[in-house]
Design a protein around this ligand. Structure first.
Ligand code: C2E
Ligand code: MG
Ligand code: MG
Length: 751
């Protein structure tokens, strides 16, 4: 007996022992009557009963504790317990499940059916399987969702064990009960889903994934890995990722990469690797170390995508954005960046920079007459020669069309920049003026170069470019094929422009304009057939100003309309005088500017002048430049037709210098082409001039258009032009332009 030390029990035992002792020793001393004996035995018996009673009481208390413990275990178990009968009535349930489902214990009582707590979508499964589950629950599991009060359903797994009925109630019927274990598997499920998802991502990722153990042995790769590298999984598992190594990076590169991974747990960057077939490829790779819960690295994961193509496209885009497609020279964008960079560097080191602006002379004509194919070849040839004229560190760029820009940098002082730039400019002029062999034919070109220096001529990209451009125009004005350095003079000239503009406003009023006349000669007969009226400005302070200096200003300000009308009237008046003096076959050519030509009442203005001086319209020729007619083709054609209808004839002046192409000629009703004098100057020496002039003459003849060549200065030119079938000529060889009073009406017979 376990409770022998209990005090009350000990007292009883001592009492019983003393009574037994009395029986042996002292009973003889008493009256040994039967009664006394019985009393003694009863007393002993009573004590024994009391002892048994006490034992029972203690056992009961023990049982109660055990029962309370059991119920605690049942209630507080980490799984839900349900005791169900064959009809799935809940006979007992533990607190865990009450708490899970968020219901009071009372709601599980009163023999409630378990189905009451099952999510409606899972009822069919439960009903279908419960009987089998009840009868043989071993190794069976049911997964379903249980409804919870005001909470989303809980995913659980049921497993069971049959229990004898007397476990519950002593007088229970013979039917067994089912003890159901309810396990919350929602987090398992979530984990499972996550794992499944991760596996799917791994399998289907577009990015290659490679997993190694901590010793860098490959343990897993995905299909994208195989697609990029060409290696199947079983070819690489167990091996080191170095099988992909391209050896394009230095050991230092890898050392830094691993340093970073070891220090920060990861690395990301671009790396060249090699496929199974030996091809190199560029991948964007991120490597991450995976640690266990103790922080020890267990794996490395490499995730990469093949960016070889993207890189190539990026490079392509970069080239397209920064380089000229035809010549592969840096374009305007890159040039600006480089010049900016040069300026910053030069500022820091107190150095000098020069900017050269180049424009090929008459390129547009060559392009139009000989075709774009030849034009492109020429530009490519020019680009190559320009590059040969400078150091590799200098930038030669094509700005589009026939414009090129060059930056020369790193000069210590003004003297060295000036000297060196002049040398380069000279070299460029002489290199570019050598004949180009284009598709079997020799062609010549020249160029005009404008130069601006940093910091003297400007501190910004825009300023330097603008001033180099101004200088280039100056070079063109100086007769092309030369270079000019920007000077403040040029700015001064721009300044005088504004004073000129001012003075021009009173030019008619002050009668400062005068017409000069230059004869046009029939090359076949040596006769003067007409005179061209050429305007001059007798400026009171500046002397005789040529039209090139003020006509553009008159154009811009609109003063040309008044000036143009004055020219038309004066020329008609002069012609009338000459007619009256007996030169009755003489014609007069009058130049029209763009603005005049766009005047909607031009036909009326011309008609009025002819009427005023009683001149027949066939004696008047109007000269317009091709840039004028190209401006608004529809309106031009309408205007030309109106003028022709009036009876005056139209000449296309300076032909070959603008943008028009011979093919346009068909559309314009013109009577004459005046080939620009720049083609005539070197016609005997320059192959391309010959080609251009010959083709213009041939096409014009074909279309019934007459040809005049300007700028004839030598007898040799006449011979050549006559042979080509050119009818008319004009130039200093015959006569310089002069005032009417000095005009001669015959020229020396050259023929
Ligand atoms: P343009 O109409 O092409 O006139 C021919 C120009 O070439 C004239 O210059 C003439 O002096 C020059 N010239 C003639 N023969 C030779 C030669 O053998 N060699 C050289 N080097 N030059 C020669 P100019 O008079 O200075 O006129 C320049 C331009 O000004 C004209 O070119 C014309 O476009 C314009 N212009 C002249 N007068 C007027 C006018 O009254 N109204 C308008 N709107 N423009 C005019
Ligand atoms: Mg003219
Ligand atoms: Mg001309």
């Amino acid at each position: 007996m376990r409770h022998k030390n209990t005090s009350y029990y000990n007292i009883l035992r001592e009492k019983a022992e003393s009574l037994i002792a009395m029986q042996e020793e002292d009973i003889v001393l008493f009256d040994q009557s039967e009664n006394a004996k019985i009393f003694h035995e009863l007393t002993v018996h009573q004590v024994e009963l009391e002892m048994q009673n006490e034992q029972l009481r203690m056992a009961q208390a023990e049982l109660l504790v055990a029962q309370r413990n059991a119920s605690q275990f049942f209630d507080r178990a980490p799984v839900g317990y349900l005791i169900l009968n064959s009809k799935a009535q809940i006979l007992q349930s533990n607190r865990t499940i009450h708490e899970w489902l968020n219901y009071h214990a009372g709601e599980f009582e009163n023999d409630k059916y378990f189905v009451h707590f099952i999510h409606h979508e899972d009822l069919i499964i439960f009903n279908a399987r419960y009987q089998a589950f009840f009868k043989r629950p071993e190794n069976k599991r049911i997964e379903l969702r249980l409804n919870r009060y005001r909470l989303p359903p809980l995913l659980v797994e049921l497993s069971g064990r049959l229990v004898k009925p007397h476990v519950l109630q002593a007088n229970a019927p013979e039917e067994p009960y089912l003890l159901v274990n309810v396990v919350d598997i929602s987090s398992h499920k979530q984990l499972e889903d996550e794992l499944r998802l991760a596996a799917k991502v791994f399998e289907n990722s577009d990015e290659g994934i490679l997993i190694t153990d901590h010793q860098l042995r490959i343990v897993k790769v995905n299909p994208a890995f195989t697609a990029v590298t060409g290696y199947d999984a079983d070819e690489v598992i167990g091996k080191s990722p170095t099988i992909l190594k391209s050896y394009k990076h230095s050991p230092e590169f890898y050392r830094q990469m691993w340093n970073k991974i070891n220090r920060e747990g990861g690395w990301q960057g671009e790396i060249w690797n090699r496929r199974k077939n030996g091809d190199f490829y560029l991948e964007c790779l991120s490597i991450n170390a995976i640690n266990d819960q103790f922080g020890k690295v267990t794996h490395f994961i490499g995730i990469f995508s093949d960016i070889t193509r993207r890189k190539q496209t990026e490079e392509q885009i970069e080239i397209m954005a920064h380089y000229d497609a035809l010549t592969a020279l840096p374009n305007r964008v890159l040039f600006n960046e480089r010049l900016k960079h040069s300026i910053v560097r030069a500022t820091r080191h107190k150095q000098w920079v020069s900017v050269l602006f180049l424009d090929l002379d008459r390129f547009k004509t060559l392009n139009d007459t000989l075709g774009h194919f030849i034009g492109d070849l020429l530009l490519q040839g020019v680009a190559k020669r320009l590059q040969n004229c400078v150091r590799e560190s200098d930038t030669v760029s094509r700005f589009g069309g026939d414009e090129f820009m060059i930056v020369l940098s790193d000069f210590e002082d003004e003297q060295s920049v000036t000297l060196h730039t002049a040398e380069i400019a000279q070299k460029i002029l002489s290199e570019l003026s050598k004949a180009f062999d284009l598709s079997g034919n020799k062609f010549m070109t020249t160029t005009s170069v404008g130069i601006a220096f940093f910091p003297k001529d400007g501190h910004s990209v825009a300023e330097l470019m603008k001033n180099a451009d101004t200088a280039m125009y100056h070079a063109k004005e100086q007769g092309r094929n030369n270079y000019q350095c920007y000077s403040d003079n040029m700015r001064e000239q721009a300044l005088t422009r504004s004073t000129l503009e001012n003075d021009l406003r009173s030019v008619l009023e002050n009668q400062e304009l005068v017409l000069y006349y230059q004869p046009i000669v029939n090359l076949q007969t040596s006769e003067i057939v007409s005179f061209e009226a050429l305007i001059r400005w007798r400026h009171p302070k500046r002397g005789l100003i040529p039209p090139d200096l003020f006509i553009p200003i008159a154009e811009e300000t609109g003063l040309i309309i008044g000036i143009g009308e004055w020219v038309l009237h004066s020329a008609c008046q002069q012609l009338k005088r000459w007619h009256e003096a007996g030169r009755s076959n003489l014609k007069m050519s009058v130049n029209l500017s763009a603005r005049q030509f766009m005047q909607h009442d031009l036909v009326e203005v011309v008609k009025h002048a002819l009427n005023l001086y009683a001149l027949e319209p066939q004696y008047l020729e109007l000269e317009i430049t091709e840039t004028v007619i190209m401006k608004n083709m529809n309106q031009t054609i309408k205007m030309l037709k109106g003028l022709q209808h009036l009876g005056v004839s139209i000449s296309l002046d300076d032909f070959g210098t603008g943008y028009s192409s011979l093919t346009y000629l068909k559309q314009f009703p013109v009577n004459m082409l005046k080939i620009d004098r720049s083609f005539i100057r070197d016609i005997l020496e320059m192959n391309d001039d010959k080609v251009i002039v010959n083709s213009i003459i041939a096409i014009a003849q074909h279309m019934g258009i007459k040809i005049i060549t300007e700028g004839i200065e030598h007898a040799g030119q006449i011979g050549y032009l006559k042979n080509q079938g050119c009818q008319f000529g004009q130039g200093y060889f015959f006569a310089m332009p002069c005032v009417a009073e000095e005009c001669l009406f015959t020229v020396e017979n050259f023929g």
